[in-house]
Design a protein around this ligand. Structure first.
Ligand code: ADQ
Length: 471
């Protein structure tokens, strides 16, 4: 069983959106995103294949090629698969466990069984499309069993795995009832990549404490000095590959857009911005509470300060996401009720997904960007903001617990579990804009250089080169 694709990317989602026209005709159009932008050149060059779920239950259109020649290969998931595999095991068991138990993970045998089934189904599809000796790059926590299953089916393949979320400490990971199966699944890969060396170390420590596995070397960045050797002699390279952004995907920005937006906001002196998926890991409520306390203590003036919060709807059928949303919306209402004026809210809140070009205008208009996750694999929003401030304007408040803090250490770092720490960082950032403009600009320019040099192409290149080296 083998196909003719020498390069295959596998991810939970296909990089396409389904559009239904008024007359009922349905078309699939490629959706732009960081991962798609990063992988497109390689996929196009090799006329590669992307295997994934098309985003709607019980639908699996025929495989089709994009204009650039990339083959999109849909995997069909039923509504029950979606509930057990995606909402259940991936997002109510693994997601909270890997984000250090910000909420309590729920473990259900039926969810695990759906996760196993769906991973097997993905493996069957990949085995069908991949050419002899092909390179297969598996993405993220939804597909951790895939490398192991695939290696058994197709030992000829070169398999890379990249985890987009943090990898927890061994003590936390060991809670997982199916920990051995997950470790075995991952170790089917030839290369396992994490964002940070600390994530890679957690994984290596876990392997070192697992019977039958030997660990050699230490985790490095964009290198694979570390290896795990399994009892049957399979060598798995392990390394850190910090992901980044494709600045071009943010577009050019509308001429005069920033002035227009600031005018719409009532020409405030200070615009503060938050942009996130509405997820309890992102610390949106905490940043609102910090802002509220600064207004209460009159450290910030509601007449001259505005906070914009854009939150993309996300995983809305999961209880903890519903709770997170209602807490955020209650806080927005309370702050505006207390500190706003008619026709002049102090918090502008959108629960919407925006086009990248509009997001760019928001980034450019913001004097201070607030990125305060309790835990985040990387956080691309922080890097997107920095990419839009190549002139040295603006300031970034960044959680120590975002992966991005390792590279963007010129940000105003804060501990999101400590309201005083968020308040201090926000106030220092606001005051620095007027009080220490040169130092503020230097910090932003240093971060901008980092993001410009280590962009998403460097990430994909580094990973794929390391994967080739395992051959
Ligand atoms: P996410 O948790 O989704 O990603 P993040 O890295 O910040 O978090 O990426 C979010 C992306 O969505 C950004 O590109 C941003 O522009 C976009 N976005 C957010 N809100 C939006 C809105 N309202 N409208 C339009 N676009 C919006 C996961 C991990 C991260 C890791 C990435 C990549 O949780 O830690 O950085 O994968 O590996």
């Amino acid at each position: 069983m083998s196909g003719d694709n020498s390069f295959v990317v596998v991810a939970n989602r296909l990089p396409v959106d389904l559009h239904t026209a008024p007359d009922g005709t349905r078309t699939w159009t490629p959706s732009p995103g960081g991962l798609v932008a990063a992988l497109s050149p390689v996929l196009e060059h090799q006329q590669g294949c992307w295997v994934g779920w098309p985003g709607v239950s019980d639908e699996a259109p025929e495989p089709f090629r994009t204009d650039a020649g990339v083959l999109l290969h849909p995997v069909r998931l039923t509504e029950a698969d979606y509930e057990g595999f995606y909402e259940g095991f991936s997002n109510a068991s693994l997601w909270p466990l890997y984000h250090d138990l910000i909420v309590t993970p729920v473990y259900h045998r039926e969810w695990w069984s759906a996760y196993r089934d769906v991973n097997l189904r993905f493996a069957l599809e990949v085995a069908e499309v991949a050419a002899e000796g092909a390179t297969v790059w598996v993405q993220d926590y939804q597909l951790q069993l895939l490398p192991g299953i695939l290696r058994q089916m197709r030992p000829d393949l070169r398999i890379g795995f990249f985890l987009h979320i943090p990898f927890p400490s061994p003590d936390l990971f060991r809670q997982l009832p199916w920990r051995d199966e997950i470790i075995r699944g991952l170790l089917g890969a030839d290369l396992i990549g994490f964002h940070l060396e600390s994530n890679a170390r957690n994984f290596l420590d876990l392997c070192a404490a697992t019977e039958g596995l030997t660990v050699e070397g230490n985790a490095g960045t964009r290198r694979t000095d570390a290896h795990v050797v399994t009892h049957d002699g399979h060598r798995v390279a392990v390394g850190a590959f910090p992901i980044s952004i494709d600045a071009a995907s943010l577009g050019e920005g509308e001429e005069g857009g920033v002035d227009k937006l600031r005018a719409e906001l009532g020409d405030p002196e200070t615009v503060i911005l938050g942009v996130d998926r509405l997820d309890y890991t992102k610390g949106i409520l905490q940043r609102l509470l910090a802002f509220e306390e600064l207004l209460e203590s009159e450290a910030l003036d509601p007449a001259t300060t505005v906070l914009m919060q854009v939150a993309t709807p996300s995983r809305e059928r999961i209880e903890q996401y519903r709770v997170a949303r209602s807490q955020v919306e209650e806080a927005v209402g309370r702050i505006n009720g207390t500190f706003g004026a008619m026709g002049r809210p102090v918090v502008h809140y959108l629960h919407q997904s925006l086009p990248k070009s509009e997001l760019r205008t928001y980034y450019e208009a913001a004097d201070v960007m607030l990125v305060t996750p309790f835990k985040d694999g990387m956080n691309l929003v922080a890097k997107e903001y920095v990419a839009c401030h190549g002139d040295g304007s603006g300031a970034l408040v960044l959680s120590e617990f975002a992966g991005a803090a390792v590279e963007l250490n010129e940000a105003h770092l804060c501990n999101p579990f400590d309201l005083e720490s968020i308040k201090r960082a926000l106030l220092t950032a606001v005051q620095g804009l007027a009080g220490a403009p040169e130092a503020t600009a230097e910090r932003m320019l240093a971060m901008h250089r980092q993001v410009a040099e280590y962009d998403v192409n460097r990430w994909a290149d580094a990973f794929l080169t390391s994967l080739e080296e395992t051959r």
